[in-house]
Write a protein that binds this ligand. Structure first.
Ligand SMILES: [Zn+2]
Length: 113
């Protein structure tokens, strides 16, 4: 299960931070996940809740913020909605476009006591 390994790396980052800042209890973990990252939020929450038991993050709530799939046109610099397959810029028709968001997957911030 893909989400389980992601949850494990997220938890490792969280516990590492907790150790570095000498906190006793992590209360919230906010992660940012792009729409194209291929992660099912409910599966990730489920996996995280399973593995956090017995750690400093046992009571932490996983908050997932989804980032939209967006791109940019190099010709007119317009922003493009990439949530569907796009081959050219809807503003000027250029094919010189690239993804600028949607694939991110990282811990945005952590709250602790
Ligand atoms: Zn354009």
């Amino acid at each position: 299960m893909h989400e389980l390994s992601i949850a494990q790396s997220l938890l490792a980052i969280v516990l590492d931070e907790a150790r570095r800042h000498q906190v006793n209890k992590v209360t919230k973990v906010a992660v940012k996940i792009g729409a194209l990252a291929g992660v099912v939020p409910s599966s990730l929450t489920f996996s995280f809740d399973l593995i956090k038991e017995g750690t400093k993050a046992a009571e932490a709530e996983l908050v997932i913020e989804q980032a939209p799939a967006v791109g940019e046109c190099h010709t007119c610099e317009g922003e493009i909605d990439m949530s569907r397959l796009v081959e050219q810029c809807p503003h000027c028709g250029s094919k010189d476009i690239e993804f600028t968001g949607g694939q991110e997957l990282y811990v945005d911030h952590i709250e602790a006591e």
